[in-house]
Design a protein around this ligand. Structure first.
Ligand code: GLG
Length: 824
């Protein structure tokens, strides 16, 4: 350690010292005294106090990162869906009880302060949340790593419902300030765009000079990523766009003040808002700007700030893996080539040799239309040099394919990085696969289908490139914090080692046969339902069906996920009751909980929301049901709500068409909190079922080969509609306008017509099997004791789904980096 930088004195872990710090923050940072402090003042003071406690360790980690020069994982992701930070930071820093006691002593209710925090919604769904779980596990496993992303000023939109329709509101999460970030404007990095290229004077052969015509500054904001009580605090660095002064001045000098301000706004737009499409890229120019913006800044940052000066880049593969979280950061590949060739003067082969050893690519989808493709027109206009480099990578790659498969021009066309139809465009997944030294899918089935279908040509050429890493979730946030009751019960039974070694949950297995343990487990579920009921009541007068079954389907609204199939089930039960086919007394009291945002431009998804709300309104208002059935669709499902809902759920709906959901991670969170799954053989459901056992899982529907076969043979949904009386009755009831005040148009016609004529994700084909499985659910739930046995077994057998295990798999199979104990 440098003598000039003595270590910051660590704060004392005592209530007195915590209180002193807190009051000091309140006075000197917020400028108020306790009597006059608002909840926001207190929250900010508390957050900053907690941050101070972590600061010493953070600085130490940063110092070690620099002195050790150990192999580092740089996780490049356009999304980090972090969720609330306060509780997690207190937990990691081992301050939870000290803080609670300290605040109690000051007459402050810590619960109230938690309510003040606005979660940073810097992600759309699973992909962004996965990135957040991964950085938590990387820190907890002591892996030198850094997360790189974008500090969007507006996160994923705030969803509201107006007459049952989704209306999006801006998510101005920064309006009260964020205590968790530290800005470093002095370390801003310039990022260039546009212009043209020309032959470089001197330099390596093939080097070009890029003459961009505009640039922005990327300002880093650092976030702490504390490991769980292990003394490591990693960094998440999110970039915010700022106009350069030179840029404005130039225009200003030309006399157009308004234009100068407009130019500034233009530049700063880059990090203004996250694109709200999940698994459906829009190909908008601003999005490509965002991608290059954060990637260029991150590479530059790593090469100049993380590496020492004059670091020989020939050694880069020993120092870093840049993990590409989906195709969003793939423009990093030509960016590194550009740096090595045009700036460092390397020749092409040498540059490509290194580039191919430092990137690895994670694919998160199976829908071909979800793979990003950039028209060369747009790419060339924004990043002319990068397009040239991509062309050259492709030329060499195509030669390689021709050499391996002489005469197979169809294959060449299929594999080419540059597509010719419908417009000339760059397929980012192909670029990532060609450049990456590994390509992984996110669940066993997904990785298999990637290699056998979506990227089959590549897997034939380079079988050793392809691997699987099944997703995971952090048990710190999704059990320890979100389910204190269950955490306490587990810890009492097996100690608290499970928090960082989730396989230890298997020691709960014998307790599934212990009646007292099951009783306590049920009691915890019930009190979690009470907590959920309280939150939903506050969120808009939503009621649960007493303490009946909580049946949850929460995920983005997407046709392939089949919220419409869930809706058909609900309508079918309701129709059965109305028509006398199903006696009301025989129906298990149940609340169907939905949580789902639709992409603002995704019409069918928005119509589905409208219809769910219409059905919900009707059912919830129908007194003849005596409150046995409720539909709860709280608006704006987010991490904060997930943390309350998941621990209360009995049944987890994972009903995508087999072969379409890459993995799912909500499915894991539910199982780990003791919900039973009703699901198809899709994504990680396959692995969940294998682990928890068939008898503790409700499987239904076609498997992937069956679904593919039906699709190939010509699928006619009307045949299912005509031949299944219950299905017909349910669909007809919707079509009759029974839920829409007699209105048979709009969403009603549109969804009815789509399901009976097209039904791209074959909901109708799986309807009967889904209903049968729901009947099994009802029967099983009637025996509460047996149900809770299954629930406990779900918990005991879900240790595999810890994101710690995922990270270990990445380390083994891809990164080859080593954990470094901070305390050693
Ligand atoms: C994807 C997939 C999910 C997957 C998640 C994380 O749709 O199935 O669990 O990433 O890998 N685009 C996504 O959200």
């Amino acid at each position: 350690m440098n003598e000039n930088t003595p270590p910051v004195a660590a704060r004392e872990h005592t209530v007195e010292s915590f209180t002193r710090e807190f009051l000091r923050e309140l006075n000197f940072s917020q400028g108020v005294d306790l009597d006059r402090a608002s909840d926001n003042d207190k929250y900010l003071a508390l957050a900053k106090t907690v941050r101070h406690y972590l600061m010493t360790r953070w600085l130490e980690t940063l110092r070690n990162q620099y002195t050790d020069q150990a192999k580092t994982v740089a996780y490049l992701s356009a999304e980090f869906l972090l969720g609330p930070q306060l509780e997690n930071s207190m937990l990691a820093a081992n301050l939870d009880s000290i803080a609670a006691e300290s605040l109690r002593g000051l007459g402050i209710d810590i619960e109230e302060l938690r309510g003040v925090e606005i979660e940073p919604g810097l992600g759309n769904g699973g992909l962004g949340r996965l990135a957040a779980c991964f950085i938590d596990s990387l820190a907890t496993l002591n892996v030198p790593s850094i997360g790189y992303g974008i500090r969007y000023e507006y996160g994923i939109f705030r969803q509201t419902f107006v007459d049952g329709k989704q209306v999006e509101k801006p998510d101005d999460w920064l309006r009260l300030g964020s205590p968790w970030e530290i800005a470093h404007p002095e370390n801003a990095v310039e990022v260039h765009f546009g212009g043209h290229t020309k032959k470089a004077h001197g330099g390596a052969e093939g080097a070009r000079a890029w003459l961009p015509d505009w640039h922005v500054m990327a300002v880093p904001y650092n976030y702490m990523v504390p490991g769980y009580r292990n003394g490591r605090v990693n960094t998440l660095r999110l970039w915010s766009a700022k106009a350069t002064r030179a840029f404005d001045l130039q225009i200003f000098n030309e006399g157009d003040y308004e234009e100068a301000v407009r130019a500034q706004t233009f530049a700063e737009n880059i990090s203004k808002v996250i694109y709200p499409e999940d698994s459906t890229p829009q190909g908008k120019e601003l999005r490509l700007q965002q991608q290059y913006f954060f990637v260029a800044a991150s590479l530059r940052d790593f090469l100049t700030n993380v590496l020492p000066p004059d670091y020989p880049l020939e050694n880069l593969p020993n120092r870093v893996t840049w993990q590409l979280n989906d195709t969003h950061p793939v423009i990093a590949v030509p960016e590194l080539m550009r740096i090595l060739i045009d700036e460092r003067g390397w020749d092409w082969d040498k540059a490509w040799g290194i580039t191919q050893q430092v990137f690895a690519y994670t694919c998160h989808t199976l829908l071909p239309e979800a793979l990003e493709v950039w028209p060369t027109d747009l790419l060339g206009k924004l990043l002319p040099r990068h397009l040239e480099i991509i062309y050259q990578i492709n030329d060499e790659f195509v030669d390689q394919v021709r050499a391996a498969y002489p005469g197979d021009e169809l294959r060449v066309r299929r594999m080419s990085i540059v597509a010719e139809h419908p417009v000339r465009a760059v397929r980012m997944a192909h670029l990532a696969t060609v450049a990456g030294f590994k390509v992984n899918g996110v669940a066993a089935l997904h990785s298999k289908l990637l290699a056998e279908k979506l990227l089959v040509d590549f897997a034939q050429m380079w079988p050793e490139k392809f691997t699987n890493v099944t997703n995971g979730i952090t048990p710190r946030r999704f059990v320890r914090l979100s389910n204190p009751g269950l955490s306490g019960l587990i810890t009492e039974a097996i100690g608290d080692g499970w928090i960082t070694d989730l396989d230890q949950l298997s020691r709960l297995e014998p307790l599934a046969d212990d009646a007292e343990f099951r009783r306590r487990f049920r009691e915890i579920k019930s009190s979690n339902k009470v907590r959920l009921a309280g939150v939903l009541a506050k969120r808009g007068d939503i009621e649960l069906a007493g303490d009946g079954m909580v049946d949850a389907m929460v995920k983005r609204l997407h046709e392939y996920k089949r919220q419409s199939l869930k809706l058909l089930h609900i309508v079918s039960v309701y129709e059965g009751i109305c028509s006398g086919r199903i006696p009301l007394d025989s129906v298990t009291p149940r609340t169907f909980v939905f949580g789902a945002k639709a992409a603002p431009g995704y019409v069918r998804a928005k119509e589905t929301i409208e219809l769910i709300n219409a059905v919900g309104r009707t059912i919830n208002a129908d007194a003849s049901l005596k409150g046995r059935l409720k539909v709860a669709f709280p608006a704006n499902y987010n991490v904060t709500l997930a943390e309350v809902l998941i621990p209360a759920a009995d049944l987890s709906e994972q009903i995508s068409l087999a072969g379409k959901e890459a993995s799912g991670t909500g499915n894991m969170k539910f199982a780990l909190n003791g919900a039973l799954t009703i699901g198809t053989d899709d994504g990680a459901n396959v692995e969940i079922r294998k682990l928890v056992g068939d008898e503790n899982f409700f499987l239904f529907g076609m498997d992937e080969p069956a679904a593919a076969a039906l699709q190939a043979s010509g699928y006619h949904p009307d045949e299912f509609y005509e031949s299944d009386a219950d299905l017909k009755a349910a669909l007809d009831m919707i079509a009759s306008g029974a839920f829409t005040g007699g209105d048979q148009g709009g969403a009603v016609t549109s969804i009815f017509a789509d399901l009976t004529e097209h039904d791209r994700f074959m909901a109708l084909a799986d309807f009967r099997s889904y209903l049968d499985a729901q009947a099994k659910v009802e029967a099983a739930y009637a025996d509460q004791d047996a149900w809770s046995r299954s629930a406990v077994l779900n918990v005991a057998r879900s240790g595999f789904f810890s994101s710690d295990r995922s990270i270990r798999d990445y380390l083994d199979r891809i990164w080859k980096a080593k954990p470094i104990d901070q305390n050693a």
